[in-house]
Design a protein around this ligand. Structure first.
Ligand code: CR1
Length: 844
């Protein structure tokens, strides 16, 4: 039987192989095939969008074959896999990335040209699947690209939300308007519903206690009272220049029963669909909060749904390989991306104890060896704590297990004296505040064998402050793994001209998968001819952005001799977009006071800001409004003309970032020291020759170390001094300590220059009162640093040298380096490249 099956496999492979060869004629045939047979109504689909769909189906065909080969090979080799569980993935558009990674850009270009379409226009048809909020989800996407590129056996696990992150527009008043992101309205060819993978997930119910006849010990069994189905939807992840193709599996929630026929027959049509709607609700919407806990029951359900489905899937694959449950830690390394998937810990424990009948010690040992946890933030409002009451209701057995874990853990710390009593309270997984709450980060630490922060400074804060007591107990458990970004999307794909120049200069494209090669650019940093080429590419990219701004916002800006200054990220008080805009007000006021002749000669700057605010984050929304109102006043002031502009770009997304980052001269990363865990866009800017105007925070510090301090416009105090400044603010009142220029700018807001002051009352009161993020204190150094930026830009040779050296020092910023560290220091997994013989590229 086995022999027959093998024969069948190879027969089918032989049959499809010629279909999948990759010369452009074949691609064209494949595209025509899909136009004709996959999409209904060819004639109507013979347009850009239809052709985009058909093209995507041909890419998907290729990926499917590579993925089959990959899975087969991994299984044969019995490799250990990394399983990355994340409630968010911010993948960005797929088609261009896949075509580039498959190294088929030329062939597709030719094939489509023959049909009368340009590749770029086809790429442009794709929606940007926004299944994440910000850095955390984008990091996960970069990791997937690296894992495939470097042939690591890996799976991504997440949720397939019906509606992604809201679409943002700005109304005439300058306010953010949110619209549902109906991204599944049209087919999305890169996501493949896998009908064979359907997993039941329970909720609620009761716990049965019984005596195990063998051991005479007490055993428990959870009887959920409600079930839903987790349906797998697979996105195949190609690597660059390799056949290895991994899978991102996204779960969507289906009802156990589509329709209640009894209710339907009785005429209760609404009731008949109620269960279906309730189930679908679980994966309906991505919670739009970044760095903030939502605290809603439905979100908690999402979290459990994600981990329960994922663990069942992993264990099913383990057993398919005829391996025992004891081998789980050698079969899969499961990474918890922040605390959102922490319920995986009690869930695995439950499976091992109640279903696999292991002893506690065995089960706990396997659990700890399987999981590791990454912390992404120290902001208190983001640290997840869930009410015991809610957990007990939704997942009674899990709550019981969390209590047991806590009890066993605290056993090690005696209750006898006052000191250790205090310590027990601090260490307890369950916090007794007004509500009794489970501290998810504590649970994640105790249940994992490794815990990591995402930059040097962040990990040190975890060790010294946030998780101090745990660090004392488990000093070896805590390690740093500084974030990174994939150079494929964030240089090679988004900045093709720079990519070409680098390849030509280094005489090799090896840098695309080994970014350390960029260091060889150092020798060219002073070379005038090279500088000119480098600068010309920046100008080209600025022009592209200029066109976009004209088309979308009807604003005319120059691009030559204009500094493009950009701050793009989620709007958050700690990221201090407010300081940026107050800086612009202050600069505007200085310009107005200037002699008109001198003003005209001032170096020109456009300040771009983009980023969404969580719909419930009132303060952040007011900041957006202020930016828009300031922008309106400045941009329409005839006195200012083209010397200075402030532009807010709506609907920030991965796709927009791909346009903005290559076009940036200087980018702002100006968080209060100690608040931005890492930041990853800072890395992308440096990679694209953008300079950084930044505080001594997150990965900025490591960029300074690697690209040279002299190549970064750094300003402000170290994190150690922040507490003292905050204390001074509290004691003396922030307004009394505030810089005069900032006072003036605030004055302009208060006297109505930018519209009704009532809109900004809250913002101003905070700045004048406590000023938690110490804008007042940092304002003068910030303005001084911006001044340095503008001065330096007037010296092209110096500027471009800094730009080139920044890029040359960014080899370590690659997520390839990051993943190598995870693989070696946490997961203990190894690359497993497919033998080249099977390569369909070689066949083609
Ligand atoms: C951090 O704020 C970091 C990313 C990725 C974010 C940002 O500084 O670069 O994670 N944290 O590590 C986050 O989203 C929930 O926390």
């Amino acid at each position: 039987n086995k022999y027959k099956l093998k024969k069948k496999h190879s027969l089918i492979k032989d049959l499809v192989s010629p279909y999948l060869s990759s010369d452009y004629k074949h691609l064209q045939k494949n595209i025509a095939y899909h136009l004709e047979y996959t999409l209904p109504q060819t004639t109507r689909n013979l347009n850009l969008f239809g052709t985009y769909l058909a093209t995507s189906y041909t890419v998907r065909d290729r990926l499917l074959q590579l993925s089959h080969d990959t899975q087969k090979y991994y299984t044969e080799k019995k490799v250990k896999t990394a399983c990355y569980i994340s409630i968010e993935y911010l993948m960005g558009r797929f088609l261009q990335n896949a075509v580039l990674n498959l190294n088929l850009e030329e062939e597709y270009g030719e094939a489509l040209a023959g049909l009368g379409y340009g590749l770029e226009d086809i790429y442009d048809q794709e929606q940007d699947p926004a299944l994440g909020n910000g850095g955390l989800g984008r990091l996960a996407a970069c990791f997937l690209d690296t894992l495939a590129t470097h042939n690591y056996p890996a799976w991504g696990y997440g949720l397939r939300y019906n509606y992604g992150l809201f679409k943002q527009s700005v109304d005439v008043e300058g306010d953010q308007v949110e619209k549902t992101d109906v991204w599944l309205q049209f087919p999305y060819p890169f996501m493949i519903e896998n009908h064979f993978i359907r997993i039941p997930i329970g909720f609620y119910g009761s716990i049965e206690t019984y005596v195990d006849q063998k051991t005479k010990g007490t055993r428990f069994k959870w009887h959920p009272s409600e079930y839903v189905i987790a349906q797998a939807n697979d996105i195949l992840i190609p690597g660059y220049g390799t056949d290895n193709t991994n899978t991102l599996r996204l779960w969507s929630c289906r009802p156990i029963q589509e329709l209640d026929f009894k209710k339907f027959s009785l005429g209760d049509f609404k009731g008949a669909s109620e269960k279906r709607l309730n189930a679908e609700n679980i994966t309906n919407v991505l919670y739009p909060n970044d760095n903030e806990m939502a605290g809603k029951e439905l979100r908690f359900k999402q979290q459990y749904f994600l981990v329960a489905a994922t663990l069942q899937d992993i264990i099913r694959r383990l057993k398919e390989q005829k391996r025992t449950i004891y081998e789980l830690p050698d079969f899969a390394a499961v990474q918890l991306n922040d605390t959102h998937p922490t319920l995986a810990i009690p869930e695995l424990l439950r499976v091992l104890l109640d279903e696999e009948m292991l002893t506690w010690d065995e089960a706990w040992d396997i659990t700890q060896r399987t999981f590791s946890y990454t912390n992404h933030t120290i902001l208190p409002e983001a640290l997840e704590r869930w009410p015991v009451k809610l957990i007990s209701h939704l997942l009674p057995r899990h709550m019981q297990l969390i209590e047991a874990i806590n009890w066993k853990f605290l056993e090690n710390f005696s209750e006898n004296n006052k000191e250790s009593g205090k310590l027990r309270k601090k260490l307890s997984l369950i916090e007794n505040s007004r509500d009794t709450l489970v501290r998810m980060a504590w649970l994640a630490i105790v249940g994992s064998h490794k815990v990591n922060g995402v930059s040097d400074i962040h990990t040190n804060i975890l060790k010294d402050k946030v998780f101090k007591d745990f660090h004392k107990i488990y000093p070896k458990k805590f390690i740093n793994v500084t974030n990174g970004v994939t150079p494929r999307r964030w240089l090679h794909a988004c900045n093709p001209k720079l990519s070409e120049l680098i390849t030509a200069t280094l005489n090799s494209n090896e840098w695309i998968y080994d970014l350390t090669h960029l260091s060889k650019l150092r020798e060219h940093a002073d070379n005038e001819e090279f500088q000119l080429k480098w600068a010309a590419i920046k100008l080209f990219n600025k022009k592209k952005l200029q066109k976009y701004v004209k088309r979308e916002l009807k604003i005319d800006i120059g691009y030559k001799d204009v500094v493009y200054d950009i701050q793009i990220k989620r709007i958050h008080e700690y990221k201090r977009q407010l300081m940026n805009i107050i800086g612009s007000i202050s600069y505007y006021s200085d310009l107005l006071k200037m002699d008109p002749k001198k003003r005209k000669e001032m170096p020109k700057r456009v300040s771009f800001i983009a980023g969404k605010a969580a719909p419930g984050y009132f303060v952040a929304k007011k900041i957006i409004k202020l930016i828009n109102c300031v922008s309106k006043v400045i941009n329409t002031d005839p006195e200012i003309g083209d010397v200075f502009k402030v532009i807010y770009l709506p609907n920030y997304s991965v796709t927009l970032a791909e346009l903005l980052i290559p076009a940036t001269d200087v980018s702002e990363h100006i968080s209060t020291p100690g608040t931005e865990a890492s930041g990853t866009s800072n890395m992308k800017f440096v990679l694209n020759g953008g300079l950084i105007l930044g505080t001594l925070d997150g990965a900025n510090l490591e960029i300074m170390k690697n690209s040279g301090e002299e190549n970064v416009f750094a300003f402000g105090i170290t994190k150690e001094k922040v507490d003292q400044v905050k204390q001074n603010n509290i004691e003396k009142g922030a307004y009394n300590l505030m810089d005069e220029k900032m006072k003036n700018a605030i004055n302009l807001i208060e006297n109505g220059t930018f519209g009704n002051i009532e809109n900004y009352q809250g913002l101003i009161e905070e700045l004048k009162g406590v000023d938690r993020y110490i804008l007042g204190h940092d304002f003068a150094p910030y303005m001084e640093a911006m001044d340095r930026v503008m001065q330096t830009y007037q010296k092209p040779q110096k500027w471009w040298k800094m730009s080139i050296l920044g890029c040359a020092g960014s080899g370590w910023l690659s997520s390839d380096r990051t993943i190598k560290e995870y693989a070696e220091n946490i997961w203990e997994i190894k690359p497993c490249p497919l033998p080249k013989i099977e390569s369909e590229k070689q066949l083609g």
